[in-house]
Design a protein around this ligand. Sequence first.
Ligand SMILES: *Cc1c(COP(=O)(O)O)cnc(C)c1O
Length: 417
Amino acid sequence: MAIRHKKTIYLDHAATTYADPRVIKAMRPFWEKNFGNPSSLYHKGVEAKKAIGEARSKIARLLAARPEEIVFTAGGTESVNMAIFGTARNALYSGGKKAVHIVTTKIEHHAVSHSCEALEKEGVSTTYLNVDRQGFISLTDLERAIKPETLLVSVMYANNEIGTIEPITQIGRLLKKINSSRLARGLEKVIFHTDACQAGGVCDLNVERLGVDLMTINGSKIYGPKQTGFLYIRQGTKINPLIYGGGQERGLRSGTENVPGMVGLSVALELAQKNRNKENKRLIVLRDKLIDSLLLKIPEATLNGPDERGKNYEANMLRLPNNVNISIPGVEGEALLLYLDSEGICVSTGSACNSSNFNPSHVLMAIGKTLLEARGTIRITLGKKTNKKDLDFAFKTILQKINKLKVSSKQYTFNTK
Ligand SMILES: *Cc1c(COP(=O)(O)O)cnc(C)c1O
């Protein structure tokens, strides 16, 4: 029987999160009672429009931005596409630029890297910055990569696979310095975008402190609704819409608004930002305990991403508090995932695998992992319902399944000879 009676232990919060009940409660009236189209002039429309205005203001306050700098979208992918295509196409077709250059990294989410690749077909050139073994870009490399025709720098705030938190504030400062000398030379300023989808519930989002011009946030990673998100667009940033139509969102994102989604996203972000310091502390204790145990009991295992165990993380957080990513050479990550699933435990791997080919994660390749290591990689990401008891069970189960997998792979080797 395929029916599972086991409790689910969800350890894949970097993939997506359940919605917070308070988020759902805030959204409900906008599907039912207050369902009006915000563009309508009668009271039902006015109610909906007011709710959008409040959601926008709430988000703007959390970012120290202005409400008109927040454009709601249908998620992280759309916001990233808007940031990249929107600025590049403005420069190419509205700004009449001949050459457009983008600087990004080798460890971005595919929303960023595939957008850049698509733009290369429209004549844009791209530099993909290397990262070190922990996943950090180098500011020196970044500075060297900037050319007169550089339009945009896009560096993710925190990596979804290995948890590395990039030095966004330092990048912002560096670009400010570069931009002031560019202005003196009659060059246009370099626009700075950060994909902050993994950082919304963890990091500071103050756009002034960060020095960003564009910032992507989504709801599905912060206990909000899926297919919700926004792009922060600093006033004066030249950007074209991706979606044309009725002119909603000040002409930047047409289509009847997802009022419940906007409301839900604003509540989710408010809760996430309000609780982040306390929750970060709680998760770091759980995370580091799990890392300690795994590395102790599996001697061949290595941790991917920054190791900040025992360090004063509050001074300078280097790794997402909920992220554990380890490689165990000789273990098939996908098989381990399925074994764990049979016990109700949800984790993720470092590859997309099918019977005929094996696609190691571009992030693991960028930090110098071998194919064997990438193949044996699992990502465990904790969340607000994760407790010590669940992690103890997950840890024991992982050990048990790894031993089983090692034995069966040995038998397999033996049998095929
Ligand atoms: C999840 C994620 C995205 C994509 O967001 P969607 O809301 O799924 O479209 C983009 N970047 C990062 C870093 C992510 O983690």
